[in-house]
Design a protein around this ligand. Structure first.
Ligand SMILES: Nc1ncnc2c1ncn2[C@@H]1O[C@H](COP(=O)(O)OP(=O)(O)O)[C@@H](O)[C@H]1O
Ligand SMILES: [Mg+2]
Length: 291
């Protein structure tokens, strides 16, 4: 399912007495099916508000938006079938483990199925839960009867993600999925998300502050700035644009910092900024210097 967004606006507290906040000011972007798509931007730039539109948690209207289409779903239409949409577009919130509530892991992961796919038998549901837990790297038999609250932080997060994957969404959206995890946990979770991408999930949209991760893993990136999209491009084209990234208040991935530092010293490398390629280019350059 392709995601097409044209001129999307959103204002918090538009019709209430409190102060109105214009959070989205004409967002335009397209996410192609199959992409591992990154969203970056300073805190308050509108990332979370934007992604909440993609599964109808925040609803839009024709007045606020020229076009918001995900596959066959037109989200500017009042009659949009949100229930069906939400079974195809899965959303993992920030710190999703805070929303675990059931007595057992199995019951928690099954919760979404009960709502969205009541026609399934108990057996089918259990088998779907098993599949979802295995997708996130957990052993179903070991974990299914445990209380979610006795798990480690990383395990809780995986269970919460399994609760979304159990519906087999085609589009998976994650708001800072690695926030709060230690560096090892972050790497493992990312590896997992990349593995899941291309299995049942066709398109992944990930909001992240981790620029190394964005540089390394994403096919394309949207850079948000004050409720606008400043640029949508391949990650290296974003991070090679030193002025823009600095203007938008963001840090650089390590390879991009080195790339810019070398450039200032008159060394212009012809490479993309993925670690492996970057190291190759630097090595080649210094070999050439020593000849
Ligand atoms: N529930 C809310 N009520 C009022 N203003 C909000 C609410 N949520 C977010 N905002 C404001 O909307 C803007 C965009 O916020 P948000 O989408 O959360 O940004 P980000 O996810 O990039 O940090 C900010 O100015 C923020 O303060
Ligand atoms: Mg946010």
């Amino acid at each position: 399912m392709q995601v097409v967004v044209k001129n999307l606006n959103y204002t918090y507290s538009k019709n209430s007495k409190s102060v109105a906040v214009k959070a989205l000011k004409g967002i335009n972007l397209t996410i192609e099916e199959g992409e591992f798509f990154g969203i970056i931007g300073e805190t308050g730039s509108g990332k979370s508000t934007f992604i909440q539109h993609l599964n109808g948690l925040i609803k839009t209207t024709k007045e606020d938006c020229e076009c918001l289409k995900i596959g066959e779903f037109d989200l500017t239409e009042k009659k949009c079938n949100y229930k069906k949409l939400r079974s195809k577009v899965g959303m993992v919130f920030q710190y999703p483990e805070y929303q675990l509530f059931a007595e057992t892991v199995e019951a928690d992961v099954m919760f979404g199925l009960k709502n969205c796919k009541p026609e399934m038998t108990e057996e089918e549901k259990s088998s779907a839960v098993k599949k979802a837990l295995e997708l996130v790297g957990l052993n179903y038999y070991e974990i299914k009867d445990k209380s979610p609250f006795e798990l480690s932080g990383g395990q809780k997060r995986r269970v919460a993600i399994a609760g979304v994957l159990v519906l087999e969404p085609e589009v998976l959206i994650l708001d800072e999925p690695a926030a709060g995890l230690d560096p090892k946990g972050k790497r493992e979770l990312l590896k997992l998300l990349k593995e899941i991408h291309g299995k049942t999930v066709k398109t992944t949209v990930i909001v992240s502050h981790d620029m190394n991760l964005i540089m390394e893993e994403c096919d394309k990136v949207a850079l948000f700035h004050k409720g606008n999209v400043a640029k949508v491009d391949a990650p290296e084209n974003i991070f090679k644009d030193k002025e823009l990234v600095s203007l938008c208040g963001l840090k650089f991935p390590l390879t991009a910092s080195l790339y810019h530092a070398l450039k200032e010293k008159g060394v212009s490398l012809k490479t993309n900024l993925k670690v492996e390629n970057f190291i190759k280019a630097v090595t080649e350059y210094y070999k050439g210097e020593q000849r």
